[in-house]
Ligand binder design. Sequence first.
Ligand code: IMP
Length: 179
Amino acid sequence: MHDFIEEVLLTNEEIVAIAERIGKQISHDYAGKKPLLIGLLKGSVPFLAELMKHIDIEMEVDFMKVSSYSGVHSTGAVTITKDTSTPLVDRDVIIVEDIVDSGLTIQEIKNLLKDRKAKSIRVATLLDKPSGRTVPNLYPDYVGQEIPGKFVVGFGLDYDELYRNLPYVGVLKRSVYEK
Ligand code: IMP
């Protein structure tokens, strides 16, 4: 554990087990279909990479980049800064996220994908922070782990672009961002 981490919430082994569980579930739920996994950059990359290894049906992958956060607080406004290159009409889409907090990002992306006539839209997230939810009735379909309302980093999650490379998920010490 690094000295800027207060507590480890998920070890690498636990994350791999989560990816295996969700990968199996997706392979079962989408048997005979060809889902399109859309990873939200940059945070979903490590989880998406791990998850894909455990999906054993035909699937495709694409990416979108949205920005809603600055520092440790959501700004509320969601802007798309990189779009998918795959046509979405009639596709079974699975949005892959690192964490769902307020739910604003997922809500915006879901609305956009509906406008683009995706056939079905589900959400797979490594972490869920339900205490941060401001969007009512927003429940991710595949959740790795529910966590308390603390600011976490690692396995894709950052604080001002740092710590994405940690192989585990941990709570960042407040002293790092309350200077
Ligand atoms: P939402 O729109 O509030 O649900 O926020 C989702 C995005 O906020 C995630 O994709 C993360 O980029 C970021 N985020 C939310 N909570 C945390 C956290 O604890 N650590 C790092 N990033 C977070």
